[in-house]
Design a binder for this molecule. Structure first.
Ligand SMILES: [Zn+2]
Length: 609
């Protein structure tokens, strides 16, 4: 295949351009812009042999293209105005997991997923669901039917779509969950729903309607990009998320477990093994972990910790008994100390100070809004702006002026602090590489809730975060006036790969368009959004979940879908992504989520067997 890639390069380039033209619409893309796109390809070739030292992967959990367009329309009145829409590399990504594959295999009566012999088209059918995500896939009319179908399980092993009675026992979604999706991106391997960088039980697993846990082998972790980077290049790594630090997506990059719900040892009565938090802080040991999940009730007598971190781990860290220091709310009591630092910035600057006793410590920063355990960003902070009488606008001074307003960091602030920590660590260690995963995790939560306003707030925050990361790579620490990438900067576009994507789609949301494709909702416009009783209209399209909407917006589901997601990238390292386009799905721009891992590993020049 390698020889073919070279000859396909020009064709793939033209196809990418074609996709961009479709995306931006003929009205907004000029031939000058098209030429600029081609120039980016030439620049890639010039930098072909430079080392990629830094890879930053930004994930919008449960975000599909239509959500991006909705946020862009609201903020800019155009469909492609977000920061990540401006990144030069664009592709589409398949997200199915082994569970999805096995359910389709079950319907079709063929062999379950086998990493050696699988058929990609079984788990994502481009002819039924589209060569590209909506609205780029207009020629395909069967999309709704395909993406909203479910596998119907009747009884244990006796499944037949034709004969199953209407009072079916259970309907199974034909799409990935966040644990398996993140595992694919973190390890390059497909697994089953619920598994955190952990092998699955094959055909005896969830596909046949049994528990998701059935059949999971013991001691079967998949090595993550972080572990391989550390092993082979002595590199550094970390994660930042707006949802709890050991929630499925960040967890899959920095820990291992057969069940995403085993947050820490002793959390669940049915499981006494090592939890995700033990795996993170005692085994994998990322250099920086920022997220929600500060313990609840720990300062109250008679109360036990609950949530995402154990009493034991919290106490060890705050008693200076580990390699970690903690930033978080300055709460103490009931025999527990407060975190060493209040803010992330304070912690990062102290860790980077040669005179500090915590010089070069590893950092965990935990925050949260809902009793401290909820997501630290959009759910608590930005919903207010969207649900208030005055819709938020993109220059809301309340948000821009203070990154720690109310003691809760925003994602952009947290991400930049994590980059500063990792970049400094790299600088101190012969420019060793680093990997950082940044997740806006509650886009998915907003979409499960079918909550348009909340969704806008989350995508908006992701948009600002990507913008901040780009500006940081442009200028490093040289200040506001520096805006061009400079090869003398430690981190620049020649040695960095920035990827922005989603782990899966969610909610099958669609915006109303006129005959020429113009979206009804313009800049600053919101649909009329009315809370309703959950469950009304289940099983229909349009789906009516927790809200009803004026006809500018429709939902098809309150769960994930198998729809393709977008991949955006910038930096010389983007060439490592383009070589995978269309290899699983010929004549498309699709890469698979496992190939995203491959591209990152290639960029770091890691040996993957
Ligand atoms: Zn979800």
């Amino acid at each position: 295949m390698r020889k073919v890639w070279t000859s396909l390069f020009v064709i793939l380039g033209l196809m990418t351009l074609f996709a961009c033209q479709q995306f931006f619409g003929e009205k907004t893309i000029s031939s000058t812009k098209a030429i600029q796109k081609l120039k980016v390809s030439q620049q890639k070739a010039v930098n072909l042999f430079e080392d990629i030292k830094y890879v930053i992967l930004v994930i919008g959990d449960g975000m599909q293209l239509e959500h991006e367009i909705a946020a862009s329309q609201y903020l800019h009145g155009t469909p492609a105005g977000l920061s990540f829409h401006q990144l030069p590399f664009k592709a589409h990504m398949s997200t199915w997991d082994a569970t999805t594959y096995n359910r389709f295999a079950w319907i079709k009566g063929v062999e379950p997923y086998n990493p050696e012999t699988f058929t990609p088209g079984l788990a994502y059918d481009v002819f039924a669901a589209g060569l590209s995500p909506f609205p780029l896939n207009k020629p395909w009319s069967k999309e709704t039917e395909y993406l909203l179908q479910r596998a119907v399980a009747y009884g244990e092993n006796d499944f037949n779509l034709e004969t199953a009675p209407k009072d079916y026992k259970k309907k199974f979604y034909l799409c990935t969950d966040s644990a398996a999706a993140a595992t694919a991106m973190a390890t390059g391997r497909k697994t089953e729903a619920g598994n955190i960088s952990w092998d699955y039980g094959g055909k005896d697993g969830a596909a046949y309607g049994k528990s998701e846990l059935d059949g999971d082998p013991e001691n079967a972790p998949f090595k993550t990009i972080c572990e391989i980077l550390k092993e082979q290049k002595d590199g550094f790594f970390g994660t930042v998320s707006t949802v709890p630090f050991d929630h499925a997506t960040p967890a899959a990059f920095i820990s291992h477990n057969s069940d995403r719900n085993n947050f820490y040892k002793g959390r669940n009565p049915w499981y006494d093994g090592k939890g995700l938090a033990e795996s993170i802080f005692y085994d994998v040991q990322p250099d920086v972990v920022i997220g929600g999940g500060f313990p609840k009730n720990f300062d109250k007598k008679g109360s036990k910790f609950s949530g995402y971190i154990s009493t034991d781990i919290y106490d060890r860290i705050t008693n200076n008994l580990t390699d970690y220091v903690m930033a978080g709310p300055q709460k103490s009591g009931n025999g527990h100390y407060a975190p060493q630092y209040k803010t992330i910035a304070e912690a990062v600057s102290d860790i980077n100070n040669t005179h500090s006793r915590f010089y070069q410590s590893k950092l965990v920063a935990l925050y949260g809004k809902k009793n401290w355990t909820g997501p630290f960003a959009s759910n608590g902070k930005y919903t207010r702006d969207f649900e208030g009488t005055t819709p938020m606008n993109s220059t809301d001074p309340l948000v821009e002026s203070d990154p720690m307003e109310g003691g809760i960091p925003n994602l952009e602030h947290a991400a930049i602090q994590a980059i500063k920590l990792l970049l400094y660590r790299s600088a101190l260690n012969n420019d060793k590489p680093f990997f950082l995963m940044v997740e806006e995790g509650d886009i998915d939560w907003a979409n499960h809730d079918n909550n348009y306003r909340w969704m806008l707030g989350t995508v908006w925050e992701m948009n600002k975060t990507v913008d901040a990361i780009c500006r940081y790579i442009d200028s490093n620490d040289r200040g506001e006036n520096a805006n061009a990438s400079n090869a003398n900067d430690r981190m620049n576009w020649n040695n960095t790969l920035l990827i922005v994507t989603a782990d899966h789609s969610n909610s099958y949301m669609r915006l109303k368009r006129d005959a020429s494709g113009n979206i009804f909702l313009g800049k600053g416009q919101l649909p009329i959004q009315t809370p309703t009783k959950a469950g009304t209209g289940k099983g229909q399209y349009p789906y009516i979940g927790n809200f009803t909407y004026s006809d500018e917006v429709r939902y098809g589901s309150d769960y994930h879908t198998n729809e393709l997601v977008m991949v955006y990238a910038k930096g010389a390292g983007a060439r490592f992504l383009s070589k995978y386009q269309g290899t699983w799905y010929p004549k498309t721009n699709i890469i698979d989520n496992t190939q995203l891992f491959r591209a990152m590993a290639d960029a770091f020049q890691l040996k993957i067997n």
